[in-house]
Design a protein around this ligand. Structure first.
Ligand SMILES: [Zn+2]
Length: 93
């Protein structure tokens, strides 16, 4: 999937920059944005190169189809991550 990263700043989230995911949860490391038609909120996934499980908490206008957006605590980290093609698997545990 195409994987990008974002943070809670106004550059990434515009007027929605309140530090909360669309699910209502406070933003945390491990939360990701996805297309809820493909990966509904609450879906757990593993992402190539990362340890642990991520959970779909957020979505966005540009997050469509085979696309994930990983929440990161700082804008610099999100910017450095850029845009990568990574293997993503649903974690059904
Ligand atoms: Zn940002």
């Amino acid at each position: 999937m195409t994987v990008t990263a974002y943070c809670s700043c106004s550059k990434c989230c515009g007027r929605h920059a309140a530090g909360y995911f669309a699910s209502g949860e406070k933003a945390y490391w491990g939360g990701i944005a996805a297309d809820w038609r493909l990966l509904p909120v609450g879906t757990k996934v593993e992402i190539q190169g990362f340890i642990g499980t991520f959970q779909v908490e957020d979505t966005g206008r540009v997050i469509r189809g085979a696309r994930l957006d990983i929440w990161m605590p700082t804008h610099d980290e999100a910017k450095e991550f850029g845009c990568q093609r990574l293997w993503v698997a649903r974690n059904n545990q």
